[in-house]
Design a protein around this ligand. Structure first.
Ligand code: KG4
Ligand code: ZN
Length: 369
């Protein structure tokens, strides 16, 4: 399929003409391509209010990778190449915008798969150069972290953030855009990984989190005693690697009976993960004295986690915010939003040096480096 972007870039002076730090950036085009989802979005920021999502489009590669039981990086990169421009065209049409109206082009710079990141970065910088507009590389986790600002009821700073994605599990104190203090994090597997690996052991395919949680709905969460690592460690760190071993041991013990007991094993696994996330989040709120919790990342879509957090936060008189369900997993909207908020707050400046690089490994506490 050939796809051409309407490159009529002759007219229109950008509203974001002088790149002044802290100025509302205007119209931000965001591109996400760090793993197995290609996402493109347009966010508009005028003044100091919360930037507004105009349109977004997403292509998930899940079906393509399913045959391999996980993400195949080379296939991911090639598919991003195929999808990114058609998605951009789609988003511009949905917003009733032309490419010439874009003031800043933002892209995910890391962390993620190097080849996949290079696709989004390359396209973003090429577009920026062709349009004569500045570009900004965004930290993928900051995108997740700020994704609840895309909801109808956005949070206010400061807050505690529970960031639970496929590769990361962190509790953070967030005082403002770019001011992130890590309070605790996983010492081995991430919560999403615990869902995915346990699901794989049960033969539930990839990605395991949603499949496991669906199966858990008909199971008994108290059926199997599974470990809750570091639950009483007194700090805010997590450890999930032991859980998958316990699930494997349990599955082996069940033998032929596994098939009929899968819902129970799924429910027990989910209960163990959710309990640890819940207890540590509440401890982080007590420790910081903050009364606001923001949950972000793919595991934030988990219904059991949301129900348990909602109940606990109601008792503790804590406001809890989530991204909209469809924006919990990777998407372009969160990248455009994070870019808009960074520019608006003066934490970052978009640049006209189009010699991009990517950061496949990029700790969030090194975000300014
Ligand atoms: O944030 P994300 O899309 O990608 C990363 O940046 O890693 O998160 C993907 C993770 C996967 O581990 C997936 O299994 C998990 O989020 N996930 C879920 C649910 N939906 C997605 N885990 C549990 N319950 C869900 N409903
Ligand atoms: Zn992600």
């Amino acid at each position: 399929m050939m796809n051409r972007l309407p490159m009529s870039v002759t007219a229109s002076t950008p509203s974001f003409a002088d790149d002044t730090p802290g100025r509302a950036p205007g119209l931000v085009l965001g591109i996400e391509s760090s793993c197995d989802e290609t996402g493109v979005a347009l966010v508009h920021a005028s003044g100091q209010g919360v930037p507004r999502l105009e349109a977004h489009a997403l292509h998930s590669q899940i079906e393509m990778h399913q045959a391999y039981g996980g993400v195949v990086p080379e296939l991911a990169s090639r598919d991003h190449i195929r999808r990114v421009l058609p998605l951009a065209t789609q988003v511009l049409a949905a917003a009733g915008r032309s490419l010439a109206e874009v003031d800043v082009v933002a892209y995910t710079r890391g962390p993620g798969l190097a080849g996949a990141l290079l696709v989004g970065s390359g396209v973003a910088c090429a577009l920026g150069a062709a349009l004569g507009r500045p570009v900004l590389g965004v930290h993928h986790l900051e995108g997740h972290l700020l994704s609840p600002f895309l909801s109808a009821d956005p949070p206010e700073f400061p807050f505690v953030a529970l960031l639970v994605s496929g590769g990361h599990t962190q509790l953070m104190r967030v005082d403002a855009v770019g001011e992130y203090q890590i309070l605790g994090e996983t010492i081995d597997d991430a919560a999403g990984e615990a869902f995915d690996k346990s699901a794989k052991l049960m033969g539930l395919g990839y990605p395991g989190g949603p499949a496991l949680s669906r199966l858990a709905e008909t199971g008994d969460p108290a059926a199997f005693k599974l470990p809750r690592p570091l639950l009483h460690s007194g700090d805010l760190d997590f450890s999930f690697a032991g859980l998958k071993t316990a699930v494997l041991t349990q599955a082996r013990k069940l033998g032929d009976a596994l098939e009929s007991r899968k819902p129970d094993l799924a429910a027990s696994t989910q209960a163990a993960i959710v309990e640890v996330l819940l207890k540590k989040s509440m401890a982080a709120l007590r420790q910081t004295g903050l009364r606001r919790l923001v949950v972000a990342g793919g595991v934030g879509a988990n219904r059991e986690l949301r129900q348990r957090l909602n109940a606990a936060c109601l008792v503790a008189r804590v406001r809890v915010h989530y991204p909209e369900l469809h924006l919990c997993t990777d998407n372009g909207a969160m990248i455009a939003m994070a870019a808009a908020m960074r520019l608006q707050s003066g934490r970052a400046q978009a640049g006209r040096d189009y010699s991009f690089d990517v950061r496949p490994r990029w700790p969030l506490d090194a975000i300014d480096t």
